[in-house]
Design a protein around this ligand. Structure first.
Ligand SMILES: O=c1ccn([C@@H]2O[C@H](COP(=O)(O)O)[C@@H](O)[C@H]2O)c(=O)[nH]1
Length: 150
């Protein structure tokens, strides 16, 4: 929605905001691949604008879907190592954890909040649902850390 919609939140210097950049759903391409005035796709224009103009106090992060590792890699290259990326799309949406980590990590091997919801919440509909949710959550965490180490 533009800068005026995030500016009020930036007044809290100890808080952050996360802006949609390249969403994980296929239909996101309808908008985010549209060519911007600079000739590049809108999602990269958003990444540049946030990194260069809006992030003056290091309060901004971007949503970039795990289902698009190529774009994730381009966004990381564009915004540098310091900006956190919120990355939905592994688990139920089928994004590959290793590709996601390789594409989106920063130089320190960090810089991403990789989200998985349904794959954990609905790991089981039996009586053991709590244990299964915990098992899948740990398994997901371990797969992410294994990919970071690789
Ligand atoms: O690009 C986006 C932005 C937000 N979401 C949200 O993340 C979770 C993902 O849930 P899963 O069950 O792991 O698919 C969900 O709340 C989405 O609304 C996203 O998926 N993609």
């Amino acid at each position: 929605m533009g800068f005026d919609s995030i500016e009020p939140y930036l007044a809290w210097k100890d808080r952050g905001i996360i802006i949609l950049c390249r969403t994980s759903n296929p239909g996101g391409s309808d908008l985010q691949f549209v060519e911007s005035a600079s000739g590049e796709p809108l999602y990269l224009h958003v990444a540049s604008m946030v990194a260069e103009k809006w992030n003056t106090h290091g309060q901004c992060g971007l949503v970039v879907g795990a289902t698009f590792p190529e774009e994730l890699s381009k966004v990381r290259a564009r915004v540098g190592d310091a900006m956190p990326l919120l990355v939905p799309g592994i688990g139920a949406q089928g994004g590959d954890i290793e590709e996601t980590v390789t594409a989106g990590r920063n130089i320190a091997g960090t810089g991403m909040m990789i989200n998985s919801s349904r794959a954990i919440l609905y790991a089981s509909s039996d009586e053991n649902w709590k244990e299964e949710a915990a098992r899948v959550a740990r398994e997901t965490r371990d797969q992410i850390n294994q990919a970071r180490a690789g």
